[in-house]
Design a protein around this ligand. Structure first.
Ligand code: SF4
Length: 379
C-alpha cells in the first residue's frame, strides 16, 4: 500500500464530504512554506531568488497552525526553502501531528540525519525527500556534488529509525527514462514507502531556463518511465495524475487544490505563480479570478504546466467525481503495470542528453545550527 489505510480513509472521507456538501472548489493539501532560505541552490528552483531580508524570515508556529485551521485540509506539505533550517520546525511538525494532519515534510535531506532525533515517528509524519535521480543526475540537478549520497544516507537513517519516508523527484528536459527507472529501484531498495514524480515548472526566476519540459516532451518522457511498471514500485500520487503525465488522461488544473501559505500570506493562484496575496484563505478563494489560470485559459504561464501541485488534486477530484472515475481508479490500482511495447522501444532508443552544468552562485542560505532546534515530541 502506497499510503497507510488510515490516511487513504481520511482523505477519501474528506473528499466525499466536500462532494456531498456540493463544494466545487475545495483544497486537498495545504502547501505550507514557513521559510524560503535553503542550503542548496538548485538550477530549476524559483523559490530561493529572494533578497536576503526575505530569506531570513520564518513563519511562526502559531501562524502555521492558524493557516492549517483556516484551510482545513487533511494533508499538509511543508516545502520551502529547506524546512530543516527553520529553528522551530520540530514544534511546527509536532503541532500538526497533534492536530491529526498527515504531514509531508519536504527536505533535501542534507541535515536529516543530524536532526532526526528532534522528531518522533508517527503515522502522521512522512519525510518527503527530494531526490531527482541517480547520483550523477541528482548532483547535477541540485548543483552539488555529493548531494545524492548525503540525501540517501538521510533516507536510510530515517527508515532505520522507523519514520515514514517518501521521495519526490522532479524531472527536467534531458532526464533519461532508463536512469529514472533504475533510480526507482534504488529508492525501493533503500526502503522508502512510496515515490512521487513530477515534471518541473518553468519558473521565470530559475537560473536555468533551458531545461524545462514542454507538454509533448513531458508526456513522452513519462510514458517511457511509467509504462511497463515493476511490481516493486510504489507511488504516492493519484493513479489518475500519473495517467495524465503519461498522456492517457486529460485533466484541468485545480490550482485551489493545493493552496500555498507563506510569509507573504495566501499566494494567488497556486504554488507556482505569484499574482498577489490574500490575507485569509476565504479571501484567496473569493477574490482569485480562477478562470485566468490553467492551460485552457490561454495564460502563457500555464501553457506547459503539468506539475503535481496543479494536477494531483484534479486527479483525486476525477476519482471521486463519478462512478466512472472510481472504476477507472480501481482499474489503475489493480492493473498498474501499463504494458506498452512502444514505450519499451522509447527506452531502447532514448538518447541521453545531459546539458552542461548550470553555474550558479552560492546559496544565500542562512545556516542555523542544529542546537537552535528544541527537542519536541510528536504523537
Ligand atoms: S496550470 Fe500550473 S501554473 Fe497554471 S495555475 Fe495551474 S498549477 Fe498554477
Amino acid at each position: 500500500m502506497a499510503v497507510p489505510v488510515s490516511q487513504a480513509w481520511t482523505v477519501a472521507t474528506y473528499v466525499l464530504k466536500q462532494k456531498l456538501t456540493g463544494r466545487k472548489k475545495y483544497p486537498l493539501v495545504l502547501m505550507l512554506e514557513p521559510l524560503f532560505r535553503c542550503n542548496l541552490a538548485c538550477a530549476g528552483c524559483g523559490k530561493i531568488q529572494y533578497p536576503a531580508h526575505i530569506l531570513k524570515k520564518d513563519l511562526s508556529p502559531e501562524a502555521c497552525f492558524q493557516a492549517v485551521e483556516e484551510c482545513g485540509t487533511p494533508m499538509v506539505a511543508i516545502p520551502g526553502g529547506e524546512p530543516l533550517l527553520h529553528p522551530q520546525m520540530p514544534e511546527i511538525v509536532a503541532g500538526l501531528v497533534a492536530r491529526k494532519k498527515y504531514v509531508y515534510m519536504c527536505t533535501n535531506a542534507l541535515l536529516l540525519k543530524e536532526k532526526l532525533h528532534l522528531f518522533k515517528p508517527s503515522k502522521y509524519l512522512s519525510f518527503s525527500v527530494h531526490v531527482d535521480g541517480q547520483r550523477e543526475h541528482h548532483d547535477m540537478s541540485v548543483c552539488r556534488e555529493g548531494g545524492y549520497d548525503i540525501a540517501m544516507e538521510g533516507v536510510r537513517a530515517a527508515v532505520a529509525a522507523g519514520f515514514r519516508v517518501t521521495t519526490n523527484t522532479t524531472l527536467f528536459d534531458g532526464a533519461d527514462p532508463n536512469s529514472v527507472r533504475a533510480h526507482f529501484d534504488e529508492l525501493m531498495t533503500a526502503g522508502v514507502e512510496s515515490m512521487m514524480v513530477s515534471p518541473g515548472y518553468t519558473y521565470d526566476k530559475a537560473p536555468d531556463q533551458k531545461h524545462f519540459l514542454g507538454r509533448a516532451r513531458s508526456k513522452k518522457l513519462f510514458r517511457a518511465i511509467l509504462s511497463n511498471r515493476k511490481k516493486t514500485w510504489r507511488f504516492n500520487a493519484s493513479p489518475i495524475f500519473m495517467e495524465f503525465l503519461m498522456g492517457k488522461k486529460d485533466l484541468r488544473c485545480t490550482p485551489w487544490g493545493m493552496p500555498t501559505f507563506s510569509i507573504f500570506g495566501w499566494q494567488k493562484p497556486c504554488y507556482l505563480l505569484q499574482d498577489g496575496y490574500a490575507d485569509s484563505f476565504k479571501e484567496l478563494m473569493e477574490t482569485t479570478v480562477w478562470s485566468n489560470y490553467g492551460t485552457e485559459s490561454g495564460n502563457p504561464h500555464c501553457a506547459n504546466c503539468m506539475v503535481h501541485s496543479g494536477y494531483e488534486a484534479s486527479g483525486v477530484n476525477y476519482t471521486f467525481g463519478s462512478v466512472k472515475g472510481l472504476l477507472q481508479t480501481a482499474k489503475a490500482i489493480f492493473f498498474s503495470s501499463y504494458k506498452d511495447d512502444d514505450a519499451k522501444k522509447l527506452l531502447v532508443e532514448w538518447k541521453p542528453t545531459h546539458g552542461p552544468l548550470v553555474k550558479i552562485t552560492e546559496p544565500v542560505a542562512v545556516k542555523q545550527e542544529s542546537n537552535d532546534l528544541q527537542e519536541v515530541s510528536g504523537d
